[in-house]
Design a protein around this ligand. Structure first.
Ligand code: 4NP
Length: 154
């Protein structure tokens, strides 16, 4: 069982998009039983709130199932609970390490570290660019699943 936590600033745009896109990719690969997947925020701004309509719109447009979402904050205890804790940008990484204190098992990465072009995923809360967010998140999620297959983790 691989336990994966996607993390962004608010847990209403990028990380829930990654959570539901990755769940969908995993299901289409017949790997549901091998994963526990969730998402969290570094900030307290949106705790308890549902996803941003821009994220929901993209998921609906691409027929990606999702449930009612309630934003939650990353906790120090999540370090032991998850195998992979994947941020969306370098600012997230900094805040994730502030909460988690340290990363002795090298679990903390950027989602796009697994792609051929590692980079940040820009925050659509500020850019309004949910199309770019969607394609970046799909690229990262597909590359991450390939990485796990290559490393014989599944
Ligand atoms: P996210 O976007 O980190 O992709 O969920 C944001 C959502 C909310 C805020 C910032 C970014 N905010 O400041 O409330």
């Amino acid at each position: 069982m691989q336990k994966v936590l996607f993390v962004c600033l608010g847990n209403i745009c990028r990380s829930p998009m990654a959570e539901y896109i990755f769940k969908d990719i995993v299901a289409k690969n017949g790997q549901e039983k091998n994963f526990y997947i969730s998402s969290a925020a570094t900030s307290t701004e949106e705790i308890g709130n549902d996803m941003h309509y821009g994220t929901k719109e993209k998921l609906l447009e691409h027929n990606i199932p999702f449930q009612k979402h309630r934003a939650k904050q990353l906790k120090k205890e999540d370090y032991d609970k998850y195998d992979y804790i994947l941020g969306m940008d370098h600012w997230n990484l900094k805040n994730m390490l502030r909460i988690l204190k340290s990363d002795p098992e090298d679990k903390v990465k950027l989602l796009l570290d697994y792609s051929d072009a590692p980079r940040d995923i820009a925050d659509p809360w500020y850019t309004g660019g949910f199309d770019v967010t969607y394609s970046d998140v799909v690229e990262g999620c597909e590359a991450f699943l390939e990485y796990l297959k290559d490393k014989k983790k599944l």
